[in-house]
Design a protein around this ligand. Structure first.
Ligand SMILES: [Ca+2]
Ligand SMILES: [Ca+2]
Ligand SMILES: [Ca+2]
Ligand SMILES: [Ca+2]
Length: 520
């Protein structure tokens, strides 16, 4: 990987902290905790132009080894620690060592009676380092724009579309091909996937839906651990799931779009209450989607569903349009009510599911990127003009809404919901990437009735002056990619991609799914 030789921050000679994964002594595998610890420490210690934090992704045997690596990497400080968990008791020990002098400037040792105390310890550790090493009073830390106050995780999740990596901090990762993690097989057909810190422990969880339930999983070294399940009301069909911590309590809510048996929307919102997913709101006539706004904030948008009860003699297109009624609006909480707020200016024919908004062309402008009815990627500029349409198609889902057919041959037609488009800098080169799934099928139109997918893959694209060029693609998997999500699963400050692979669910096919995380 190449770096520009001189960074703007070099004049101020910032401190460079090399942060090592904590060594964890425990009866069970708690390595996932490192994600949370590292993101918390990085978020709390980083100060623009003054303190740079780089994560090293290999644990070290002792402080001497950490010092050797730190010196080789040009770090001014190394930060190492251990976490010891026995039953319910937990002990956190850490050292912040000055590389030049080889002396510990902070030695931290705390114990607690429950595993949640780790978060408090890490918070104290960061505060002590800021005070004793960088002479920053706690108040000044909170006021610094470079430091996220209190909750590190929402910031990490928000990084899913932001444009970071403008610093010259060298990436600690070796560039040796993608890191791919695959879950065990799940005996259901997943149709939606999202990620966020759902239980507020500082680490990212996965949330997935099939038609009848919401599942929350923790990603462990080689498996998924199911933390919770929420069964939808009988007869309801789940359409989509998104995560965002809009009420800012450190726990991402799950915004679940659901269709009731009578054809109305019965969408709902869940939040973790410490032991289970609690319903915060229900029976809402909103299709939900979470996107990022120009400031990198997670924003909930929604659109209502029209009435399909009466079949009409109107044209097919009008019937299809009745699936989505009115404007796409931002939704915000007022008390315990979700209320429509600012309206989003969208070109004709786009609905709440068909786009994201980001600096996708890397020219400083926020543009809309989404799928047209034939699954071609389109880029819409601020004037509403289409600036680009991909010659080939991407996306493709088996998730559809039915509407009364204009044809005499069938009662209902299907509108296949578009897949997500993500914009983020996945490889950390300072240039935004566009990430989408590509499922290969025989019938490509969103309006055709039957579909079957033979293969699917994840594709990363980058704007190259006149067109989107393919930067990399995952290997193709049999079956299809049902949904995708971006989140920082390994806690290095940059998002990885996750996707759910489902069997197409033909008559003779057993419903099966698995989840993959993919780091290019
Ligand atoms: Ca979590
Ligand atoms: Ca929340
Ligand atoms: Ca990039
Ligand atoms: Ca990451």
């Amino acid at each position: 990987m190449l770096f520009t030789g001189i960074s703007a921050a070099a004049d101020a000679a910032p401190s460079k902290v090399l942060l090592f994964p904590f060594t964890i002594h425990a009866e069970k595998d708690l390595s996932f905790l490192n994600n949370g610890i590292q993101s918390m420490l990085a978020a709390r210690l980083t100060r623009q132009g003054a303190v740079e934090v780089t994560r090293y992704n290999q644990p070290v045997a002792d402080e001497a080894e950490a010092l050797r690596i730190g010196a080789a990497q040009g770090a001014t400080h190394v930060l190492t620690g251990t976490l010891t968990v026995f039953g319910n008791s937990v002990s956190t020990d850490a050292a912040m060592i000055d590389v030049q002098g080889g002396q510990a400037q902070v030695r931290f040792s705390e114990s607690g009676a429950e595993s949640g105390d780790v978060i408090r310890h890490v918070d104290q550790l960061a505060r002590q380092i800021n005070q004793d090493v960088f002479a920053v009073a706690p108040k000044a830390v909170a006021a610094s724009p470079a430091v996220q106050t209190a909750k590190p995780q929402p910031a990490t999740v928000a990084a899913a579309t932001a444009v970071p990596a403008k610093t010259a901090t060298p990436s600690p990762e070796p560039t040796e091909g993608p890191q791919i993690w695959k879950s065990n097989l799940l005996n259901t057909s997943l149709r939606g996937l999202t990620a966020g810190d759902i239980n507020g422990d500082g680490a990212v969880e996965l949330a997935a839906i099939d038609t009848g339930a919401v599942y929350v999983y923790r990603r462990t070294a080689e498996d998924l651990t199911q933390l919770s399940i929420y069964k939808a009301d009988r007869g309801d069909e789940l359409i989509g799931v998104d995560a965002a911590d809009l009420n800012a309590n450190g726990k991402a809510e799950l915004y679940v779009t659901a269709l009731a048996g009578d054809g109305r929307l019965a969408s709902f919102v869940l939040e973790w209450d410490g032991s289970l997913l609690r319903n915060m709101a229900r029976d809402l006539n909103w299709y939900f989607r979470v996107i990022d706004d120009p400031a990198g904030r997670r924003v909930l948008i929604g659109q209502q569903r029209g009435s399909l009860a009466t079949a009409s003699a109107a044209s097919e297109l009008e019937d299809q349009n009745r699936l989505f009624r009115g404007d796409v609006v931002e939704l915000t909480w007022r008390g315990d009510q979700l209320q429509p707020d600012a309206k989003l200016a969208l070109p004709q024919g786009m609905n709440v599911f068909s786009f994201t908004r980001a600096e996708a062309l890397n020219d400083g402008r926020q543009v809309l990127v989404g799928f047209d009815d034939n699954n071609h990627l389109v880029v819409i500029g601020d004037t509403g003009r289409r600036e680009y349409k991909s010659p080939e198609s991407f996306g493709g889902s088996l998730n559809y809404l039915e509407y009364p057919s204009g044809s005499q041959f069938s009662a209902n037609d299907r509108y296949y919901l578009p897949l997500r488009v993500h914009v983020a800098d996945l490889d950390g080169d300072g240039v935004n990437d566009i990430v989408v799934a590509r499922n290969k099928d025989q019938t490509r139109s969103l309006l055709s009735r039957y579909r079957n997918f033979g293969s699917g893959q994840l594709v990363c694209l980058e704007w190259a002056k006149i067109a989107l060029k393919e930067k990399w693609a995952s290997e193709s998997v049999a079956d299809f990619v049902a949904d995708t999500a971006l989140a920082d699963f390994d806690g290095d400050g940059r998002p990885e991609a996750a996707f759910a692979v489902s069997s197409s669910g033909g008559l003779l096919e057993k419903a099966q799914s698995y989840i993959v995380t993919y780091k290019p």
